[in-house]
Write a protein that binds this ligand. Sequence first.
Ligand code: HEC
Length: 377
Amino acid sequence: MPLILTSFCVALIALSGWGLELQAQRPDDLNGLTNEELYQVSCANCHGPDGRGLDRSLIGFEEAIPDFTDCDFAAREPDADWIAVAHEGGPVRGFSEMMPAFRGALTVEQLERVMVHIRTFCTDSSWPRGELNLPRALLTEKAYPEDEWVIEAGAAVEGEGSVGSAFIYERRFGPRSQIEVRIPYGWRQRREARDPTRREGWVSGLGDVTLGMKHALYHSIESGTIVSLSGEVILPTGDESKGFGADGALVEAFASFGQILPSDAFVQAQAGVELPLHSGADNEIFGRLVLGRGFSQGQWGRSWTPMIELSAKRSIEHDAVTDVDIVPQVQVSLNTRQHVLANVGLLVPATHRADRSVRLLFYVLLDWFDGGFFEGW
Ligand code: HEC
């Protein structure tokens, strides 16, 4: 009986003032309820007792209610984002104010318990959880299969002028797989043929286009771990005479790994081989490691993620040298929904500095499953 009454109260408040703080009951009154009962009294009026969302005709507003049983949608959203939305209301992540703020009515701990129940609606555990979608570093390929558009850019900050850019499209299919296309374009200062110390204007051109596939072999939200295998073909589409791209096609195979650490820290790693399909080039091995930590501005605001990345590459010839780069960087969310993010960093060569220059690296990415570029600002 008390359950029905509380539910009725929450429904009344929800119907009488969208977006207002719900203060009908004090959070303490609800402490005796189970996770499921908490959900039923607070959320089911709109999200439905089964998590599918009530029909728009029943709730009387335009916004579609998300379907918590749809694993493709639900699994990728981290609890922290959902708790922010439930505590502060839809607008805190650029959603509608029809999703009311529960601060005052439910504590963060109670919302965490509601999440435990909401997580039972998706019954297929093969979808990796969104918490494992660790921030994208500038070089290290992440293990999580993503729906992303990324525009990368890089420029030498010393020596010969060189600017690189790339457009990357990533698309998930099934719970654990992803395809990827990377289209690079570059600009570089040309040396004069007669006198290589002199520069004679800029050339530009397409680089080597990459087609890739990724599959998550293992993931566990309990241990905070995800491991993927990827294969890529790098096509010789670049104009090698202008200095864009390799002599011929290459294939790359690598494993990537992500691990959540305590206090919003994480480590990601990638290791693999690059094998040229043409003669005259060496097989190479490479490894990358990135350590980072997330911070949010205020309790629910903009996310900042400083990272430090280490990248090493060498040919497998026994007298070969290893190129090592260190890349300090910081990723920041640009919009309220936090699905448009940017990262800026400095690639600093740690070995053979004479041949390689410091580069400024940058990307802006759109997690397009969460909305278009102009949504949620
Ligand atoms: C008054 C109706 C109403 C109630 C009650 C309600 N919601 Fe919502 N909720 C909505 C609407 C409408 C949206 C969709 C907003 C949009 O898409 O802009 C939404 C969206 C959400 C989302 C965002 C999902 C996403 O797209 O990432 C979460 C999370 C959520 N609600 C959790 C909860 C929880 C938890 C409760 C209970 C504590 C709750 N809601 C109670 C109406 C409601």
